[in-house]
Design a protein around this ligand. Structure first.
Ligand code: ADP
Ligand code: MG
Length: 260
């Protein structure tokens, strides 16, 4: 298996904070895998996702290294697509959907205005937005949360990145829409042969489609391994607690078919 990125001894401390948000993370991202980053709120998941994409705020102090197989750091937006929890974070409220998806196509792929519009329409079809031609002419506020997230995914994928990072992309959505979006992401990464880093606090959700899991707690990597192996026989007591807390809540089966 090819390693897309080796993360070594990554530590991040935000300006004005005494406690690091991440401390000494060693983690490999494998090319073509679906990796779930799992942890409770505040465990450093988003910090890891942003650090990987080169999207940390100015003033965050970073130690450690990223060794990319490509030999150079990827370009966020072109080589890496990023989907946020709140699609409003990536969509501009005053531009039509068509303008903003096409703008990415023009900027990153060098398409003409007309070709950019056609590409945007094709992207909306790929993320299964109903009535894509109509959505293209509309604004983000005219869409439901789930449709907005589909559009944000289209915008993230517009330049055909090799790596998609999704940071809790479904936590703001209701259960049914959540399952649809997870299935959509699974299909998209499979069809395009993309690598997926999926951040979630929900171990049950992750276990349905991730090949590998990485469990974060208080800025540290607690354990990592193949999803089935970690769930069946967690090495860390903390992981066992996370799994048990879900069984207690009688959530859906931990190993499911979602997204496959
Ligand atoms: P998670 O995504 O797992 O909830 P985060 O990576 O967002 O965790 O946060 C990890 C820690 O870093 C938390 O203690 C959080 O309060 C802190 N943190 C996150 N973003 C910032 C920021 N921009 N400035 C200061 N502290 C931050
Ligand atoms: Mg977060």
């Amino acid at each position: 298996m090819t390693v897309l990125c080796q993360v070594r001894q990554l530590s991040v401390t935000y300006r004005g904070q005494e406690v690091p948000a991440l401390a000494g993370i060693d983690l490999d991202i494998h090319a073509g895998e679906r990796l779930a980053i799992i942890g409770e709120s505040g465990s450093g998941k988003s910090t890891f996702a942003r650090a990987l994409a080169g999207l940390l705020p100015a003033g965050a102090s970073v130690a450690g290294s990223f060794h990319w197989a490509a030999g150079h750091p990827p370009h966020a937006g072109r080589d890496i697509g990023f989907v946020f929890q709140d699609p409003s974070a990536s969509l501009n409220p005053v531009l039509t959907i068509g303008e903003q998806v096409a703008e990415g196509a023009r900027r990153h792929l060098g398409l003409s205005r007309k070709a950019g519009q056609a590409w945007a329409l094709a992207m909306l079809e790929r993320v299964r937005v109903p009535e894509p031609a109509k959505v293209l002419r509309g604004f983000p506020h005219q869409l439901s949360g789930g449709q907005r997230q589909r559009v944000a995914i289209a915008a993230a994928l517009v330049a055909r990145p090799g790596l998609l990072i999704a940071d809790e992309p479904t936590s703001a959505l209701d259960m049914v829409v959540q399952a649809e979006i997870v299935a959509l992401l699974g299909d998209l990464v499979r069809d395009a042969g993309m690598t997926l880093v999926f951040v979630t606090h929900d171990i049950a959700l992750a276990s349905g489609f991730a090949d590998r899991v990485a469990i974060f707690r208080d800025g540290r990597l607690v354990e990592t391994g193949a999803t089935g192996a970690v769930l069946a026989a967690p090495e860390a007591a903390y992981t066992a607690t996370l799994i048990a807390s879900h069984r207690d809540l009688s959530t859906p089966p931990l190993i499911g078919e979602a997204g496959r």
